[in-house]
Design a protein. Structure first.
Length: 569
C-alpha cells in the first residue's frame, strides 16, 4: 500500500445548502492536560495475519499512533506468549509472536502495552514475560495489564472472557492481581501495572456478583487499589443514529473518568495521584467505516485525554467483517469493520486501505504532539466541537469538527491567553468521504469555514513583539495556581525587570515564587528577585503564584515587561 495518505484530498465535499455561524472561544492559559506520549494507541490482535507485514509500521507512524496494545482483546486471556499459542481453540496467525510484534512496534516508534494472560495464565508466566522483555531483551516495556474484560468471565452470567479460575468473583480477581503485581515487579520494579474495571455506566457496573459484598469496581480497588499503577476501562458507546453517536464523547467521557478518579481517590490512599486511567479499547458500535466514525474518532480520543486518560487504544488496526452486514451510511459503504484500515475481506477494499477513522485519528497529529498542552476550547453550537492545543513553541492549534452532515459552518474564533499573528494560518482539512488530508493557507486566525461533516485543524503562530508572555493556570474550588513565563524577544539583555498586568476577575494573590509581587485591587506588579534579574536577548524568566477567587479568575489580556507591551501565548 502507498503511504502517501497526507496529500491532496481525493474527494471533495458537495456544495453545502447553507452555512451556520458558530462562535468558538479558546483559552490558551487554561490547561486541561499535557498530551501524553502514550495517548494515541491502537490494538493489533494476534489473529491479524498482517500484524507484522512491511506496511504496518508506516501505517502506524503516518497515523500518529504512539502506543500498540498486544496480544489484543479476549485473546489475551487464552494466549501463552512463550509458545505463541492460544487455548480454547482460538486462532493465532503465523508470525505474530512477541519478538516479531516488538520489531513492528519499534519500527513504528510506538510503545507497547501488554495484556498478561489472567484467564488461563499465572503470575509466574506474566513475571517470566516481564523478565524476558525487559531484562533478557531490553525492550523496556513499561505498561502491563492483568487480563482483558475479566468481568465477562461468567460472574455476571456472560461468558465471552475465558477464565479457568474456580471462582470468577471480583474478590478473586483482585487478590490474584496482588500476586501478579508482586511477581512482575520482582522481575522489573519499573513496570506499571493496570487492573481491569467495569466502565461506569456500562453493564455490569453497580452489580454485586456471587462471592462479593460490593460491585466489581469497589471490590477490586478496595483490595488492590494501593498496589496498581493504573485503572483500565473499555468504552463502545451505543447510538441510535450518526447524530446520536457524535454526542457521546461530550456526553459520557468526562463522567466516566470522573467516576473512576473518585474510586481511585477513595481506595488508593497516598498513591492515588500516581494512579492513571487507560482506555485500552475504544470505538463505536455502528457506522464504523464511514464519515460519522471519522468525526467521532478524534473527538473521542481528545475528550478522553482532556479528562485525564493517559492512553486510548482504538479497536483495532485491522478487524475483518461479515460481508452480509454491508450497508450505506452518508453516501459511503459501511463494511461493519471496526478496524482503522481494511483487512482485505472479500467485500472490502484492498488490505490496508484506510477507513475514515484512520484519517480522523491522523488529524490529531496535526493538532499537537506529546508534551504539548491541551487547553480549553468552547463552542456555541452542539453541532461543532472544538479542541485546542498550545504547542511547546508557543503556537496555538485548534481542531474544529463540524457534525452537521448538510451545512458548512462559519466559525468565529476568539482567544484569551494568546495573540495570534495576522498572517494567513496553515489549515489541514479532512472532508466528508475523502481519501486523504488536504493542507492549504486559508482563512484567518479569527474566521474559518468548516465544510459539512468536515474536520479542520487551524495552526497559528503568536504575533511578533519585543516580549511574549505564556500564562498558564490550573483551578479548583476557588483556588488557582498561575505560572507566568516571559520571553525576551527584542529588548536586548535585561538587568532587572518588572512585569505588570491587571486581573479581569477577583483574583487575590496569596503567595508567590521566583518574583517579588505587589497587588493593588486588580493591578499586579511582579519584579525580579536576586537570582533571576538578568534575562538575555532570546532568554526567558518564569515565576508563579497561588491565588483565591470567588466569581471569576479570567486571564489578563495585556502584559507590560519593562514598559514594553508583550504578545500573549
Amino acid at each position: 500500500m502507498s503511504l502517501a495518505v497526507t496529500g491532496a484530498v481525493a474527494a471533495v465535499a458537495p456544495p453545502a445548502a447553507a452555512a451556520s455561524s458558530v462562535s468558538v472561544s479558546v483559552d490558551a492559559a487554561l490547561q486541561l492536560a499535557t498530551v501524553p506520549a502514550t495517548g494515541v494507541g491502537v490494538n493489533i490482535p494476534v489473529y491479524d495475519a498482517n500484524m507484522n507485514a512491511a506496511a504496518t509500521p508506516g501505517l502506524l507512524s503516518t497515523a500518529g499512533i504512539n502506543t500498540v496494545r498486544y496480544p489484543g482483546g479476549s485473546h489475551s486471556d487464552v494466549y501463552h506468549w512463550q509458545t505463541g499459542t492460544a487455548e480454547n481453540g482460538q486462532y493465532v496467525a503465523p508470525n505474530t509472536g512477541f519478538d516479531a510484534f516488538m520489531g513492528t512496534a519499534r519500527a513504528a516508534g510506538a510503545q507497547p502495552i501488554i495484556t498478561a494472560n489472567y484467564g488461563s495464565g499465572t503470575p509466574q508466566e506474566a513475571a517470566a514475560w516481564v523478565q524476558y522483555a525487559n531484562v533478557t531483551k531490553g525492550y523496556g516495556v513499561k505498561y502491563w495489564e492483568i487480563g482483558n474484560e475479566v468481568y465477562g468471565n461468567g460472574e455476571y452470567n456472560a461468558t465471552w472472557e475465558y477464565d479457568t479460575h474456580s471462582s470468577k468473583s471480583a474478590t478473586t480477581y483482585a487478590n490474584n492481581v496482588l500476586q501478579y503485581v508482586s511477581a512482575m515487579k520482582a522481575a522489573d520494579p519499573s513496570v506499571r501495572i493496570g487492573a481491569v474495571l467495569t466502565t461506569p455506566g456500562y453493564w455490569p457496573d453497580g452489580i454485586v456478583g456471587p462471592g462479593d459484598t460490593m460491585d466489581w469496581n469497589h471490590t477490586v480497588l478496595s483490595i488492590a487499589g494501593s498496589k496498581i499503577d493504573f485503572a483500565i476501562v473499555h468504552a463502545y458507546p451505543t447510538s441510535t443514529s450518526p447524530a446520536d453517536l457524535l454526542t457521546k464523547p461530550q456526553a459520557q467521557n468526562a463522567g466516566i473518568t470522573g467516576a473512576v478518579r473518585s474510586l481511585i481517590n477513595q481506595y488508593a490512599g497516598s498513591n492515588a495521584p500516581n494512579v492513571g486511567i487507560a482506555v485500552t479499547e475504544a470505538n463505536a458500535q455502528a457506522y464504523l467505516d464511514t464519515s460519522p466514525n471519522g468525526l467521532f474518532a478524534p473527538d473521542n480520543y481528545l475528550t478522553w485525554l482532556e479528562n485525564g486518560a493517559f492512553n486510548v487504544d482504538w479497536w483495532d488496526l485491522r478487524n475483518g467483517t461479515d460481508c452480509t452486514k454491508v450497508t450505506t451510511v452518508e453516501g459511503a459503504t459501511d463494511y461493519n469493520d471496526g478496524g482503522m484500515v481494511s483487512s482485505g475481506s472479500p467485500c472490502e477494499p484492498a488490505v490496508n486501505t484506510p477507513f475514515p477513522a484512520y484519517y480522523g485519528i491522523q488529524m490529531i497529529s496535526r493538532l499537537g504532539a506529546p508534551g504539548d498542552t491541551l487547553v480549553k476550547a468552547a463552542s456555541s453550537s452542539s453541532l461543532l466541537t472544538a479542541h485546542a492545543v498550545r504547542r511547546a513553541n508557543g503556537d496555538v492549534d485548534v481542531m474544529l469538527i463540524n457534525k452537521d452532515p448538510h451545512n458548512d459552518a462559519t466559525v468565529n474564533l476568539s482567544y484569551t491567553g494568546f495573540t495570534p499573528s495576522s498572517a494567513t494560518p496553515t489549515v489541514h482539512s479532512y472532508l466528508k468521504n475523502a481519501h486523504g488530508i488536504g493542507t492549504a493557507q486559508s482563512g484567518s486566525p479569527t474566521v474559518q469555514t468548516v465544510p459539512a461533516y468536515g474536520i479542520t485543524v487551524v495552526q497559528m503562530h503568536p504575533t511578533s513583539a519585543p516580549c511574549r508572555v505564556v500564562y498558564n493556570r490550573n483551578e479548583w474550588s476557588g483556588v488557582m495556581v498561575g505560572n507566568v513565563t516571559v520571553v525576551n524577544n527584542g529588548l536586548g539583555q535585561v538587568n532587572g525587570w518588572s512585569l505588570g498586568f491587571t486581573f479581569p476577575g477577583d483574583n487575590t494573590i496569596t503567595n508567590t515564587w521566583n518574583a517579588s509581587v505587589s497587588q493593588s485591587g486588580r493591578s499586579v506588579n511582579a519584579q525580579n528577585v536576586s537570582y533571576d534579574a538578568t534575562v538575555p536577548q532570546g532568554g526567558s524568566v518564569q515565576w508563579g503564584f497561588r491565588a483565591a477567587w470567588s466569581s471569576s479568575d479570567a486571564d489578563p489580556s495585556a502584559f507590560w515587561f519593562n514598559g514594553a507591551s508583550c504578545a500573549i501565548g
